[in-house]
Design a protein around this ligand. Sequence first.
Ligand SMILES: [Zn+2]
Length: 438
Amino acid sequence: MRLSILSALLAIASAARAETVVLKNFTLIDGTGKPAMAGAAMVIADGRIQWVGAAGKAKAPAGSNTVDLAGKFVMPGIINLHGHLGNVIDLTQDPKFFTKQNVEAQLSTYAKYGVTTMLSMGSDQPLVYELRAAQRAGRPNLTRIYTAGKGFTGINGYPTTVPGMKGVPYEVATAAEVQKAMEELAPQRPDFVKIWVDDHLGKEKKIDTEVSRAIIAEAKKKGLRTCAHIFYYSDAKALSDAGLYACAHSVRDREVDAALIASMKKNGTWQLGTLAREYSVFAYAKRPDFYDDPFFQMGTGKKVLGMMDTEAYRARLNQDRDLPKYPGFFETAQKNLKKLYDAGVKVGFATDSGPPARFSGYSEHKEMELMAQVGFTPMQIITIFSKNSAEFLGASKDLGTLEKGHWADLVVLTRNPLDDITNTHAIDAVYIAGNKVR
Ligand SMILES: [Zn+2]
């Protein structure tokens, strides 16, 4: 009896809290790939899209909060499928920085740039699961977290030699070690499993292919999908053949071919571009124009920009003897992403933002620009970062497109992104679960 009174009271309380927001008179780009719709309206109830269509037909309950967006454009929130959370302060990476405060500061930066969901790819601390659970229990007002928890590499493998990365991933050499680590990881229910498969141009130790195969197989037994940091064509092919869920970077050592395309299509292996990452490894070696762009400065801050915009910083980057090779790897990454997409391989949106000098939020807009350079249309880019990327996450019922029943995760722009994808910089407002976060 007391329980039923309690639940009745709770129902009344939640009805009293029900909140309806009506956005109206905007041009809708819903992420499905359908043409834009002028004169649209959207009714958002408790954070979800209750109705969307022509403004003249909108029915909103009395007392709704109505926002007139005349002359503006609404597109889905950006989903980034490859980022890294919480380990960086200024330009220094250290897992001890992984605190609630630092994670939330980074999520807030993503949100300001219209990135409403991010997948942190294998460099997290256990705190990530608490933060994720709190978000999923309600209506977040920061960028949504997906996580690969603690990733895998070989003993002393890349990236454990990168400053601040020792101890971050599991280091495994045998199938038994893989199994033991998976017994620890899987009960935490990471959204994905991550493997780093790279020797950094022969400078580092790469995990054995056999061990990577064991990771993919063990993960699959636990119902988990594995994403791999790859660089070489040969690794992409071997792991796609072994049932890899996603290549978390483009192949960069050579052009992809029909054999890889066939393998990825057969196995349903996704490709993530991370072109912004490939660009960032040489972009700062000469002073880039975007240092003067307020849109870049918004997320970078004066202090970090002051550290990077110096001759000493540029001189240090120019000491890397492999620097002259990076633009070529970047161009190969661009061409391969387009070639795979045109061939019908599933492509999701990803940047690898979060590590030092790979700026959360700005990277995602840079990624779009770098995709457009090789012929992706604005509509394709928007569909990739919304519909496709939600499908990648297995979240198509809740996220991605701006359709009835989905969370209202969206970006309001003052310029039309279909005219020029860099119009995504013209951000007027950002909503996550119907909460206005910018
Ligand atoms: Zn990464």
